[in-house]
Structures are given as structure tokens and as C-alpha cells.
Design a protein around this ligand. Structure first.
Ligand SMILES: [Ca+2]
Length: 105
């Protein structure tokens, strides 16, 4: 856990988790991981970074209020950051919402 940041590759455990909890395939998840590593090189998503990310997806949304709520939901151990698994759950949720939004337009 403490050495998460030194990992370059997604562990099998994380990959299995993501495959189980999303409807994305291994290739897509690997791409996500690359993006996550470049955005959060130490493997930690902070509240500020999270707001940035949200604004990228929903430029007109009420980012601060929403993010505060979501961040607290996903930071289950309350240590002030979200790790890769939590981060991905959020990102996948964002993408789903965006796709749903597009589909209804
Ligand atoms: Ca946490």
C-alpha cells in the first residue's frame, strides 16, 4: 500500500477489481491507469485535483459543492486523498453519466 506510487503497472488485483466493477475491458482500463499515473504520479487523488477533473467533464456543473460531497463519499478511510481504485470508480461514473447525457440529447 505504502509503495503504491512506485508501481508502474496496474496489479492484477486492481485490474480484476475494475473489470468486476465497471463494464470496461482490459485495454480501456490500462489506458485509464496511464492517465491516472500522469495526473496523480504518487497514486493519490487530492480534493483540488478532483475538482479539476470534474470541471473537465462537466464545465458548467457546480464543481465545488458536488466534489466536496463525492470526495467525502469515496475517501472512505478519511485520510484526505483517494487512491487508484476510488479514483477510477469516480471516473467511470463520470464517463457513464456523460454517455447517458449524450444519448438523451
Ligand atoms: Ca482515502
Amino acid at each position: 500500500m505504502g509503495c503504491f506510487g512506485s508501481k508502474d503497472k496496474l496489479s492484477k488485483e486492481d485490474m480484476d477489481f475494475l473489470k468486476d466493477h465497471t463494464r470496461y475491458d482490459e485495454t480501456t482500463i490500462k489506458e485509464w491507469y496511464k492517465g491516472f499515473k500522469s495526473d496523480c504520479p504518487n497514486g493519490r487523488l487530492t480534493p483540488a485535483k478532483f475538482v479539476d477533473m470534474y470541471k473537465m467533464f462537466f464545465p458548467s456543473g457546480n464543481a465545488e459543492e458536488f466534489c466536496d460531497h463525492v470526495f467525502r463519499t469515496f475517501d472512505m478511510d478519511k485520510n484526505g486523498y483517494i487512491d487508484f481504485k476510488g479514483c477510477n470508480s469516480i471516473l467511470f461514473a463520470f464517463y457513464d453519466e456523460k454517455n447517458v447525457y449524450k444519448a438523451t440529447k
